[in-house]
Design a protein around this ligand. Structure first.
Ligand code: PML
Ligand code: MG
Length: 637
């Protein structure tokens, strides 16, 4: 029923993965803010360091404005605390000052440090020290609250959210005090709130310590009063009239960075780099030790091919190292013009536009396509697409409709209900983590049926698929409207070429931002790419060698009882399923020790519990090396 006064809504977000809680947040707002707030809470859920949720619940519920209570924010006082021991002393002293008997204060301290993992807070009777909440497993969850000063951001503001919550809690006459330690292992500031003051206590726990809970110390109550209190905490809508808290300094730059890095590490997202002392050849020096290299994208070994190196050296002598500007200023040499012609003729398109990296090519091309569509491009994107395609959509402000990996039935359905004039289907040609190939014929058919443009990023297909190494387009005999071919993988150099019709190529040269505003890649790099394309053209045997290695590895794996798809693998990316993250790391370590460099790929690059070893093959790896590898793999697993 429409309200006589302003309509207010409560917007709540709850995100989980496999049933496990990841994050939650809520806001109260007027109708025009519902959309943006829901979007920002959704973004927060998706960007949470604990991982990508598989379920996000967004609830929007009308709130009767007359029922809302307004309460003042607590005054914030910073406690100069140097250690968890000092924090405990401070809390027990303060509780005693509030009239809490020593044994009860000790009981609160004990609960704070032994109970964790509750979704809600514990209620403790100030006279007996007993827990009085009805559900001990869950505690009492304080919800339906917000602040007037709408402090929001893409990440959680612990302090502000806690201040708002404590202000609601302590406003109730039956609450004598609230004590809180964050359940975030990295967030070491906690608080005690009582009598209008929020005592902010730094170093309440040690970083990484697995404690975290809230205790509400309550005055003695009748059963009826307790019911009323719980209903207030859970259901009563409270807006906290907060002023920006004085004296609460934001963490300094260093501290903020350290916090974020720690969070990343704790979430198991931190990665380290391997340092190579030699070229990307079948045998390479990795972190000072010699290893058979089974993780490079130098699929055809062209980065060391004498012709490729000679071409780069010649151009280096003639043009020097840098290009001195963007393609539209000084950055176009004869080699830049030649590399674009070479790509166009290699792939059979009217023209090609060469960017410094494939990543830049995808970003700017999607942006330009959206602009071409008047800002109304509707994008349909495979769930496993490369980050550069996802980022391209994001940077263009597009919300892509994501279809399950290679699921043409779902794509068909999504396209059939689309009302957009301009539609774009984007897909990797070869998927970089699972080595699968996009169903190009079906994609082309659907694109034609629904009047969509088809964009294929064939970074891992060019040079590796098809008898002549033209990639997925040759493998299927299908022509996308836009083909992004990279020079950085099978071609052994750097850069990304957008192969397309003459008009769109012309448009890109004028409007693609990373082409216009980024310094061009060097002439030497362009010369290397031209030579690499020439080698594949003249000596398709390098491609045959790669195909032979893919077949050989598939056979060896099968013989060793390691799962391989029917008919064997088709691309040089061969994922070995392991499952458990820790086990994958162990297997990878054991292989290192046995002389093979194969990285473990873990969540979040692949789903949790689906860790793989990602083997990539080069044409230069010998049959003997592969046989020894599979033997070592079987032992390591
Ligand atoms: C929580 O994570 O829920 C509690 C955060 C405590 C915030 C303390 C502060 O910084 O004021
Ligand atoms: Mg918390």
């Amino acid at each position: 029923m429409p309200n006589a006064t302003t309509s207010l809504y409560s917007v709540k977000m709850r995100a989980s993965r496999g049933g496990e809680h990841i994050s939650g947040a809520e806001r109260i707002c007027t109708s025009e803010h519902v959309g943006p707030i829901a979007a920002s809470l959704n973004e927060r859920a998706l960007g949470h360091p604990k991982g990508t949720p598989d379920e996000i619940h967004l609830t929007v519920r009308g709130v009767d404005p007359v029922s809302i209570g307004y309460v003042p924010a607590l005054e914030v006082e910073e406690v100069p605390c140097q250690s968890p021991e000092q924090a405990r002393d401070f809390i027990s002293t303060r509780l005693k000052e509030l009239g809490v008997a020593a044994p009860v204060a000790r009981r609160v301290d004990e609960l704070m440090h032994t109970v964790s993992g509750l979704r809600g807070a514990m209620l403790v009777d100030a006279r007996t020290g007993e827990r009085i909440e009805p559900d001990r497993e869950r505690g009492v969850r304080v919800t339906n609250l917000d602040a007037r000063s709408q402090v929001t951001g893409p990440t959680k503001n612990h302090h502000h959210e806690a201040l708002v919550l404590a202000s609601k809690v302590c406003h109730h006459p039956k609450i004598l005090a609230e004590v809180c330690i964050s359940d975030d292992p990295d967030y070491t500031t906690g608080y005690l709130a009582a009598r209008g003051t929020y005592y902010r206590i730094p170093k309440i726990k040690r970083p990484g310590e697995d404690v975290g809970t809230r205790v509400f110390v309550c005055a003695p109550m009748t059963a009826e009063e307790k019911k009323e209190l719980i209903s207030y905490l859970e259901n009563r809508v409270i807006v906290v009239d907060d002023a920006p808290a004085p004296g609460v300094a934001a963490p300094g730059f260093d501290e903020l960075c350290a916090q974020e890095n720690r969070r990343w590490r704790e979430a198991d997202l931190e990665r380290t780099q391997r340092v190579f002392g030699t070229a990307q050849e079948a045998t390479a020096t990795v972190d000072g030790a010699e290893r058979v290299l089974l993780s490079s994208s130098n699929y055809l070994g062209l980065s060391q091919h004498p012709e490729v190196v000679a071409a780069a050296t010649g151009a280096l002598r003639q043009f020097g190292t840098g290009s001195g500007g963007s393609r539209l200023t000084t950055g176009t040499t004869t080699w830049h013009a030649r590399v674009e012609e070479a790509f166009a003729s290699f792939t059979g398109y009217e023209d090609a536009v060469f960017f410094a990296t494939g990543y830049q090519a995808n970003l700017s091309t999607i942006q330009a396509l959206n602009r071409l569509a008047g800002g109304n491009l509707e994008v349909f994107s495979d769930q496993l697409n490369h980050a550069s395609l996802i980022d391209g959509c994001r940077i263009a402000g597009l919300h892509a409709r994501v279809y399950p990996h290679r699921d043409m039935a779902v794509l068909d359905k999504l396209l059939s209900v689309s009302r957009s004039e301009h539609k774009l289907i984007i897909s990797d040609g070869v998927f970089s983590m699972d080595g699968t190939v996009a169903p190009l014929p079906s994609l082309r058919r659907l694109a034609d049926a629904y009047g969509a443009w088809l964009y294929i990023d064939d970074a891992h297909g060019v040079g590796t698929l098809g008898a002549r190494g033209r990639g997925t387009i040759e493998r299927f005999g299908v022509r996308p409207d836009i083909l992004m071919a990279t020079a950085s993988k099978a071609l052994g150099a750097e850069g990304g070429a957008v192969c397309t019709n003459a008009e769109f190529a012309h448009l890109l040269r004028n409007q693609a931002r990373s082409y216009v505003f980024s310094t061009a890649t060097s002439a030497a790099n362009c010369a290397a790419v031209c030579a690499a394309l020439g080698v594949i053209d003249r000596e398709p045997v390098v491609v045959d060698k790669l195909h032979a290695n893919i077949e050989r590895l598939s056979r060896l794996l099968q013989e060793a009882g390691i799962p391989v798809p029917d008919g064997g693998w088709e691309t040089p990316i061969v994922p070995i399923p392991i499952g458990d993250e820790a086990h994958a790391l162990r297997v990878s370590e054991r292989l290192q020790d046995a002389g093979f460099h194969v990285p473990a790929i873990r969540y979040p690059t692949v789903p949790r519990g689906k860790a793989i070893l990602r083997v990539t093959l080069m044409s230069t790896i010998t049959g003997d090396q592969l046989a020894r590898f599979v033997e070592a793999l079987a032992t390591a697993m």
